[in-house]
Design a protein around this ligand. Sequence first.
Ligand SMILES: NC(=O)c1ccc[n+]([C@@H]2O[C@H](COP(=O)([O-])OP(=O)(O)OC[C@H]3O[C@@H](n4cnc5c(N)ncnc54)[C@H](OP(=O)(O)O)[C@@H]3O)[C@@H](O)[C@H]2O)c1
Length: 207
Amino acid sequence: MKISIIGAGNIGGNLARLLVKAGYDIALVNSRGPASLKSFVDELGTKLHPLNLEDAIAYSDIIILSIHWRTIDSLPVINVPGKIIVDTTNPYKADGSFYDLGNDISSSRVKEHFPGGNIVKAFNTIWFKHLAESGNTNLPMDQRRVIPIAGDDSDAKAKISRLIEEIGFGPLDTGSLREGSKIQGIQGVLYNRQLTVKEAIALVKKT
Ligand SMILES: NC(=O)c1ccc[n+]([C@@H]2O[C@H](COP(=O)([O-])OP(=O)(O)OC[C@H]3O[C@@H](n4cnc5c(N)ncnc54)[C@H](OP(=O)(O)O)[C@@H]3O)[C@@H](O)[C@H]2O)c1
């Protein structure tokens, strides 16, 4: 299967490494163009495909978005009917504080850029070093480090849950995009916490 990743930094780059290791062909995009991604090809080989944005969108049905939320308007509006858009973003300002979105969620802006896409919020709660290092496929699911996911399309969530399992983490469905995003968001109970699936379930139940 093929996956595209927009953003080749801390999160996008490490997801590319983990997913290539899991056997996927990965299209990777950054802001400076495919030639600047040569080091990823040197490291990961022929399963890593540096592409421009348009080609990467066409390349697969799962697109992981991992750029800074505040720079989302650097992307065009792209029709992606039926594709899954995995939103890893958090609404931080450049100074490290975050935008108060009131009752809204950060994925609303992502949705505007990808009409027709099924948005799944995932990989936004975990620090990139933990993402790189704490997956373990040998552990039973409830003892793995949790990666919560939220979304409105159950098929899309099932597909992303499988990916999370394949790279050694434990998925936890936090509900609809709106409700789950509150739990996973910067002020939510699962944000930036080192929890197993079992611990995360207990914490969500308690709140
Ligand atoms: N860092 C973490 O531990 C962490 C954890 C969870 C979630 N997140 C979230 O994940 C997202 C990415 O964070 P990060 O730390 O990985 O950022 P990062 O290391 O700064 O990487 C950002 C990447 O986005 C690329 N980019 C920017 N604009 C682009 C565009 N228009 N088209 C294509 N690529 C573009 C950049 O390209 P160039 O390399 O060419 O500049 C860079 O590769 C953020 O929303 C952040 O809140 C981060």
